[in-house]
Design a protein around this ligand. Structure first.
Ligand code: ADP
Length: 400
């Protein structure tokens, strides 16, 4: 059983072919600059990486290129396209139209069109990706897997904004959250690792990457999450502001002569740790700069870790305690300083880190980094969103 996972951006397409017998990655890669000059194609298989500049005027060409490589006599990993049993498509926003992974049908694609404006940068790209795959593999079952679905178990008082209720009803303006596949995966992995039934655990998962979100999980179900209607809310991120008083945005827009679209672009692309530090959105650069005495880089790091800690505290309150805190994604898995600062002075909650375990935590495997007398387990769990998408695709398409 082999599942192709597709993550389409407006000018990019990431792919992975996963053998579900042993959940191993047979091949993966990236098509970049689709529809732009100097398109780039990356293909990794058999421990080798092939990188080529190939013309990719649209997503259809990109998909064809991927399929040609996967079935290539020399570097391919399957003998024909028929070996692909299903395709899972990552979709950023579901609105309230989709509450679970959904098979691609004419009706579900109509609904996708209707909710396009919920994530104008991402959802239209997913539609293009699905159509490009359908053109090449019309008889292969395909499933839409949404970043938001895991968060649909939030109670109404957690997902509602305090706005005129009729506007929620009319426009479905509410908290949807993001990174759902990652939060779900790492929570399940943590429970498995600890040999516990997830139903008995209160878990706080910190997905800290370019985009960062924190989620409270009770008995395996999300009860609250830090991102909101879009992935702009929550902790400050690489380039995103995170939570901000809207009046401050209006004040700034007037002073700088920005309209709403320009303001949103500013809040998404020019703020976060990049805006505060003036150095970089990348935490490796920030740490280097802070170590070299750059006080604004240090401020940006302090803001990020302080806000992460505030969410952990808030979610411990929402959960009535916490058994496990999980760190994942680029920063969560790799940045020992961020983990240490985010968990500083949480001993009243029963959280105590073992600094040497935290500092020497190996990459790519699950590690326990709490002190021997910590009541709360602290785990670093590598995320794998593609694998979750492949698993959901198998389930929804009733494969296997
Ligand atoms: P995305 O949200 O794009 O999936 P990732 O989860 O890959 O992002 O995280 C990317 C971020 O992780 C980078 O911008 C960088 O700040 C951080 N990162 C990656 N490796 C390290 C590392 N070794 N140390 C500290 N930060 C890291």
């Amino acid at each position: 059983m082999k599942i192709l996972v597709i993550n389409s951006g407006s000018s990019s397409l990431k792919y992975q072919l996963i053998d579900m017998e042993n959940e191993s990655v047979l091949a993966k890669g990236l098509c970049e600059r689709i529809g732009i000059e100097h398109s780039n194609f990356i293909y990794k298989a058999h421990g080798q990486t092939i990188e080529q500049e190939v013309e990719m005027p649209n997503h259809n060409t990109a998909v064809r290129l991927v399929l040609n490589k996967l079935t290539d006599k020399k570097v391919g990993v399957i003998s024909s396209m028929d070996e692909i049993d299903g395709v899972g498509h990552r979709v950023v926003a579901s609105g309230e139209a989709f509450k679970k992974p959904t098979l691609v049908t004419p009706r579900s694609m109509e609904l996708m069109e209707e909710i396009k404006d919920l994530a104008p940068l991402h959802n239209p790209a997913a539609i293009i990706g699905v159509n490009a795959c359908l053109a090449e593999m019309p008889n292969t079952p395909m499933v839409l897997v949404f970043d938001t679905c895991f968060h649909f178990t939030m109670p109404d008082y957690a997902y509602m904004y305090a706005i005129d209720y009729s506007h929620y009803e009319k426009y479905k303006i509410r908290r949807y959250g993001a990174h759902g596949t990652s939060h779900k995966f790492v929570a399940q992995e943590a429970a498995k690792y600890l040999g516990k039934d997830i139903k008995d655990l209160k878990i706080i998962t910190c997905h800290l990457g370019n985009g960062s979100s924190i989620t409270a999980i009770k008995g395996g179900q999300c009860i609250d999450t830090s991102m909101g209607f879009t992935p702009l809310a929550g902790v400050p991120m690489g380039t995103r502001s995170g939570d901000i008083d809207y009046s401050a945005a209006e004040f700034l827009a007037k002073k700088e002569g920005m309209d709403v679209a320009q303001m949103l672009k500013y809040l998404n692309k020019k703020c976060g740790v990049l805006g505060v530090s003036g150095v970089s959105s990348d935490f490796r650069d920030l740490t280097d700069a802070a170590d070299a005495g750059n006080s604004r880089a240090e401020l940006a790091l302090n803001m990020f870790t302080y806000n992460t800690k505030k969410y952990i505290g808030a979610y411990a309150a929402a959960l009535n305690g916490v058994d496990v805190i999980v760190f994942t994604a680029g920063i969560g898995e790799n940045d020992n300083l961020v983990r240490r600062k985010s968990l500083k002075d949480l001993d009243y909650l029963g959280v105590k880190l073992d600094d040497s375990k935290n500092d020497s935590c190996p990459r790519g495997v699950i590690s326990e980094i709490q002190a021997a007398d910590s009541k709360v387990k602290v785990l670093v769990v590598p995320t794998n969103e593609e694998l979750v998408i492949a698993r959901e695709t198998m389930l929804e398409a009733k494969l296997g």
